[in-house]
Design a binder for this molecule. Structure first.
Ligand SMILES: [Zn+2]
Length: 333
C-alpha cells in the first residue's frame, strides 16, 4: 500500500474542508438533489439506471455520515427561506419502477431517509416495459442480429450496420431516433425492430412499473412521496404547448386520484435542457406545482434559485467510496 506523502495528505484535508469553508464564507444555504431511477440487481442495464440494493444501502450510510438527508419539500422550502442545514441532500427517483417499492423503500425506511418518486402514470399498473427497456430487449438480448438494420421512421428511413463488438453505441443511436417520436410512431418502430431482430416480444417482469396499489403502498407512512412525471413520459419540447399541458395535467390528476394527496413537485421527462422548453416551465408553474426538477447537473443555493429548473445529479451504481467522492464533488461544484 502506498502511504500518501504529507503534502498530499494536507491537500486532501484541505479539499475535503473546502465545501464547509465556502459555505461558511458565503453564508448561503446550499443543497444537492440526487436523481436515482432504480434499486435492483439487473441481469442487463444498458441505460445504466440501476443501483444495486447493497450499494444503495452504502449510499444511504454515506448520506448519514457526510450530509443531511432532507425531503425535497424541506429542501425547496429551505432554499427559499434561506434556512437549510449544511450539506442538505434530497433523494429522488424518476419513472416509477416497481423496484422503488421493493428495493428502495425498505432501505430508505431503515435509514430514515425521505425520498420523492416521480411517476409517469401512463405506465402505472401496466404489465409493460418502458420503451427504452423494450428497446434493450430487442437490440441487446438476441445472440445474433442481422448485419444491417433498415428502419422506416416518419421522417424517413435509417440504415445502420450492426456492430460485431459492443452493441451499446448502436443501442444509443437507435434510442436517439425513437425518443422524440410520438407514441404511435414509436410503437410502430418497436414492432418493426422486434420482427427484424427475432427478439422475444414478451416484456420482462423485473422492468415493470408499479401498480396503482403499489404506488399507494409506496407512500404509506409518509417517508416517500410521489411527484408528477407526465402521463406517458414524452420529450415535452417535441410537443405542442397544448399537448404538453395535457401530458402534465393528466399525470398529476391521476396521481392525485390514486393517492388522495396533493402532488407538489414535478420532474421533466429525460430532463436535459433540450427535453423541455419555456412552455413546459410555464405550464408546470401555472398548474400549481411548487417546483420542478431537471437532470441538468448542478448544486443549488439560495442566491440563484429557480424552483422550476432545479438541477440534480444522476447517481449511478457507484461503490461506497465512489459515491462519497462524487458527493464531495457535488458540494464543491
Ligand atoms: Zn423519466
Amino acid at each position: 500500500m502506498r502511504v500518501p506523502g504529507i503534502r498530499r495528505l494536507k491537500r486532501t484535508v484541505h479539499r475535503s474542508l473546502r465545501p464547509w469553508r465556502r459555505r461558511r464564507r458565503q453564508r448561503v444555504p446550499g443543497a444537492v438533489i440526487l436523481a436515482y431511477h432504480r434499486v435492483a440487481s439487473l441481469p442487463l442495464d444498458t441505460c445504466d439506471l440501476a443501483t444495486t440494493p447493497e450499494r444503495f444501502a452504502d449510499h444511504l450510510e454515506v448520506l448519514h455520515d457526510r450530509a443531511e438527508p432532507v425531503s425535497l419539500a424541506r429542501c425547496v422550502e429551505g432554499l427559499r427561506s434561506r434556512d437549510l442545514p449544511p450539506r442538505a441532500v434530497a433523494v429522488t427517483f424518476d419513472d416509477g419502477y416497481r423496484d422503488n417499492l421493493l428495493g428502495a423503500r425498505p432501505l430508505l425506511e431503515d435509514a430514515k431517509v425521505p425520498a420523492t418518486v416521480f411517476v409517469s402514470t401512463g405506465y402505472t399498473g401496466r404489465q409493460e416495459e418502458f420503451w427504452w427497456d423494450a428497446l434493450e430487449r430487442i437490440l441487446m438480448l438476441p445472440g445474433q442480429l442481422p448485419d444491417t438494420l433498415e428502419l422506416a421512421l416518419p421522417h424517413g428511413s435509417h440504415r445502420w450496420k450492426v456492430p460485431e463488438g459492443s452493441r451499446t453505441p448502436f443501442f444509443w443511436k437507435v434510442h436517439a431516433h425513437l425518443r422524440s417520436l410520438d407514441e404511435g410512431a414509436r410503437q410502430e418502430a418497436l414492432n418493426q425492430l422486434t420482427r427484424w431482430s427475432g427478439a422475444s416480444a414478451v416484456s420482462r417482469e423485473h422492468n415493470y412499473p408499479m401498480s396503482e396499489s403499489e404506488v399507494r403502498e409506496l407512500i404509506r407512512g409518509g417517508l416517500v412521496e410521489v411527484g408528477g412525471h407526465t402521463h406517458r413520459h414524452p420529450v415535452l419540447s417535441s410537443l405542442s404547448r397544448e399537448h404538453q399541458r395535457q401530458e402534465i395535467v393528466a399525470g398529476r390528476e391521476r396521481l392525485e386520484a390514486l393517492t388522495r394527496q396533493k402532488v407538489r413537485f414535478f420532474a421533466y421527462p429525460f430532463g436535459m435542457a433540450t427535453d423541455f422548453d419555456r412552455h413546459s416551465v410555464d405550464i408546470v408553474r401555472e398548474e400549481g406545482f411548487e417546483a420542478a426538477c431537471t437532470i441538468v447537473p448542478g448544486s443549488l443555493d439560495s442566491t440563484n434559485l429557480d424552483p422550476y429548473r432545479l438541477t440534480r445529479y444522476v447517481v449511478r451504481n457507484w461503490t461506497k467510496d465512489e459515491f462519497a467522492r462524487e458527493l464531495e464533488r457535488f458540494f464543491v461544484d
